[in-house]
Ligand binder design. Structure first.
Ligand SMILES: [Zn+2]
Length: 309
């Protein structure tokens, strides 16, 4: 299985258009020891011909153009992108679908609840379904493994198991709709297994780690994990109010009960942080936080990272 990490930032990218935190300011000034990042996006393939996207980022157009293997190959319109797996209805994870609307056959996997939000309440997504050969939505259920396949039914050899992680839906979902949704379908992590049995974990938004999740994570070869915030009150300090990281569905990287602490015994061969907010001090490669992450055996994924499982 080929794994291409096209983007690694949390919502807003790095730098973020309206942010003048230390990281964003220094990056714009050219004095930051670290790299700019686009919003999180991963693409996987078993044959390097047909690709599946894990979510669809608002930066998807730029990310596709930056990768030759995602460019159309024939003379007509023919993208190697066969499908998308959505882990939530968050705009950061689903807005990029609208960039794939040009009559492209596309298999879209999501929970029934996420489908209701996007297809029934947000009519702009109907632009993906103007012809019968365009988007095909397929419901997925937490805990139920399925094989990724194209709209023509060609199997990919990659098996996907969705894991239910959280129960909160995006703030734009109206209260009347919320009562009709299944809480366990709000936020997923994904385990992707290659035909040779190698396992990739994709967990960009994790609010808590319990024993059951730890067991799942221990079965992985490579883990891409929520690296949004360094501390629980990172954004509160910046905005002088608001929610702590855990309330936003992200356990912080540092401190007691943070991911470095909770996942210190994890057996995975590679552990990489993704979905990193522009405020996170571990982005500064000259800083103590960056060193601390690496001393704990973790990597900070970068845009353009390639993995093979
Ligand atoms: Zn910033």
């Amino acid at each position: 299985m080929q794994v291409e990490i096209l983007g690694t930032a949390a919502g807003g990218s790095f730098p973020q258009w309206n942010c003048a935190c230390r990281n964003c300011r220094y990056l714009r000034r050219g004095t930051f020891s670290g790299k700019p990042r686009t919003q999180i996006q991963v693409a996987i393939s078993s044959d390097s011909e047909s690709w599946f996207l894990l979510n669809a980022s608002p930066d998807l157009r730029t990310q596709i153009e930056a990768c030759a293997f995602l460019h159309p190959r024939g003379s007509a319109r023919d993208s190697p992108i066969s499908g998308v797996v959505l882990t939530s209805a968050d705009l950061d994870q689903s807005l990029g679908l609208l960039l794939l609307r040009e009559w492209q056959p596309l298999q879209i996997y999501s929970t029934a609840s996420v489908q209701k939000i996007l297809r029934e309440d947000n009519t702009v997504f109907s632009m993906l379904e103007r012809s019968s050969g365009q988007a095909r939505w397929t419901g997925i259920v937490p805990g139920a493994t399925f094989e990724l396949a194209s709209t023509a039914g060609e199997p990919s050899g990659i098996r996907c198991t969705p894991i239910s992680l959280a129960t909160h839906y995006p703030a734009y979902v109206p209260a009347g709709r919320l009562v009709e949704l299944c809480p366990g379908e709000a936020v997923l992590g994904l385990i992707l297994e290659s035909s040779s049995g190698k396992r990739l974990g994709y967990f960009p938004a994790v609010g808590q780690v319990d024993e059951a999740l730890l067991q799942q994570l221990n079965s992985l070869d490579v883990l891409l994990f929520d690296g949004t915030f360094w501390t629980d009150d990172e954004l509160i300090e910046l905005r002088h109010g608001g929610q702590v990281a855990r309330q936003m569905g992200h356990i912080p990287v540092s401190s007691h009960g943070g991911s470095l602490d909770l996942l210190s015994e994890l057996q995975c061969k590679r552990k990489m942080f993704v979905h990193i907010n522009n405020t996170n001090p571990m982005l500064d490669e000259s800083g103590p936080e960056y060193r601390q992450v690496h001393e704990h055996g973790w990597e900070i994924a970068e845009d353009g990272c390639h993995l093979e499982l």
